[in-house]
Design a binder for this molecule. Structure first.
Ligand SMILES: NC(=O)c1ccc[n+]([C@@H]2O[C@H](COP(=O)([O-])OP(=O)(O)OC[C@H]3O[C@@H](n4cnc5c(N)ncnc54)[C@H](O)[C@@H]3O)[C@@H](O)[C@H]2O)c1
Length: 267
C-alpha cells in the first residue's frame, strides 16, 4: 500500500544522479511517482532513469545545471509540455566546501553560493507556475546542520543558512496557492559528498553524534517522503533536522563520552 499518496505525482529532484537525491528518486519511482532526475551528471543520471524505468517506474532524466536560469526555463517548458503540473520539488543539488573565510577563494565563494543557494532560488522561481497549478504541492529545500548552528566553512554555511531563510520566504509567498515549503537539515550522511574531504573529519565529527553513526541516505529519504506527502499537509515554513541528535545534544554527548566512567553528577 502507498502510505504516502505519492502515486502519479510528478516530482523533480535536483542532484538526483548520486547520493541522497538518487535514493530519493529511487524510492519515489518505486512508489509510483513520476520522478524527474535533474542533474549535471549526464551519464549517471541517464543510467538511473533507465534502471528505474526498467524496474517498472516512471523516470525522466533532464540535464540541468541549477546555476543556470535558462536551463531552469527549459525544464519548466518541458514540464509544461509534459505533465503540466509539478507536485513536488526537492532542491537537493549541492556541493561541499570546507574552508573558513580567510582561506576561501573568491571564485569558490561565488561557485558554492551559486549552486547551493541560487539553485534553490531558481528552482522555486521557475517552477512556481507548475507548483501553483497542482492540487497539492510541496517543496523540500535541502539545507544542512551547517544551516542550523555556527559552522566553520564560510561559503557552505552561508549557502545553507540562506536556504533555510529563503524557504521561509517561499512558505509565506506560496501558501495562498496551497504550496508548502520546508527546509531539511541532514547531519552526516553516507554519500560521496561526505567522504570528499579528509576521512578524519567524519571520524572526529562522529564523536558529537549521540546516535553514534552516520545516517544512511534512506533515512533522509524517509524525511523527504514525509515532507512531500499529505502526511505533512499542515507543515510549512519549518526546519526538519535529521542528524542523530548532533545539533540538539552533540556537545554534551561529546563531553560525557570524554568523561567516560567518571562521575558526571557533580556539576
Ligand atoms: N552528505 C552529507 O553528509 C550532507 C549533509 C548535509 C547536507 N547535505 C546536502 O545534501 C545534498 C545532497 O548531497 P549528497 O551528500 O547526496 O551529495 P552528492 O555529492 O552525493 O550528490 C550531489 C549531486 O548534486 C549534483 N550537482 C552538483 N552540482 C550541480 C549543479 N550545478 N547542477 C545540478 N546538479 C548538480 C551532482 O552531480 C550530484 O549528483 C546537498 O545539498 C548537500 O549539501 C549533505
Amino acid at each position: 500500500m502507498d502510505h504516502h499518496g505519492l502515486r502519479d505525482r510528478t516530482i523533480v529532484v535536483t542532484g538526483a544522479a548520486t547520493g541522497m537525491g538518487r535514493a530519493e528518486a529511487t524510492e519515489l519511482a518505486a512508489r509510483g511517482g513520476h520522478v524527474w532526475i535533474a542533474d549535471v551528471a549526464e551519464e549517471a543520471g541517464r543510467a538511473l532513469a533507465r534502471t528505474l524505468t526498467d524496474d517498472g517506474g516512471r523516470a525522466t532524466f533532464f540535464h540541468l545545471d541549477v546555476t543556470d536560469p535558462s536551463a531552469w526555463a527549459d525544464l519548466r517548458d518541458a514540464l509544461t509540455d509534459g505533465p503540466g503540473v509539478v507536485h513536488g520539488l526537492v532542491n537537493n543539488a549541492g556541493v561541499s566546501h570546507r574552508y573558513g573565510i580567510v582561506d576561501t577563494a573568491d571564485e569558490d565563494w561565488h561557485r558554492v553560493l551559486d549552486i547551493n543557494l541560487s539553485g534553490v532560488f531558481y528552482g522555486m522561481k521557475y517552477l512556481a507556475p507548475l507548483l501553483k497549478g497542482a492540487d497539492t504541492a510541496s517543496v523540500v529545500n535541502v539545507s544542512s546542520i551547517a544551516g542550523m548552528t555556527g559552522y566553520f566553512a564560510a561559503a557552505y554555511a552561508a549557502s545553507k543558512w540562506g536556504v533555510r531563510g529563503i524557504s521561509k520566504t517561499g512558505a509565506l509567498e506560496f501558501a495562498p496557492w496551497g504550496v508548502r515549503v520546508n527546509s531539511l537539515h541532514p547531519g552526516l550522511v553516507d554519500t560521496p559528498l561526505l567522504w570528499s574531504g579528509a576521512p578524519e573529519f567524519v571520524d572526529e565529527s562522529l564523536r558529537s553524534v549521540p546516535a553514534g553513526r552516520v545516517g544512511a541516505p534512506g533515512e533522509i529519504t524517509d524525511a523527504v517522503l514525509f515532507l512531500l506527502s499529505d502526511a505533512s499537509r499542515y507543515v510549512t515554513g519549518t526546519e526538519l533536522v535529521v542528524d542523530g541528535g548532533m545539533t540538539s545534544g552533540g556537545l554534551y554527548h561529546r563531553l560525557l563520552s570524554g568523561l567516560g566512567e567518571q562521575d558526571t553528577s557533580r556539576g
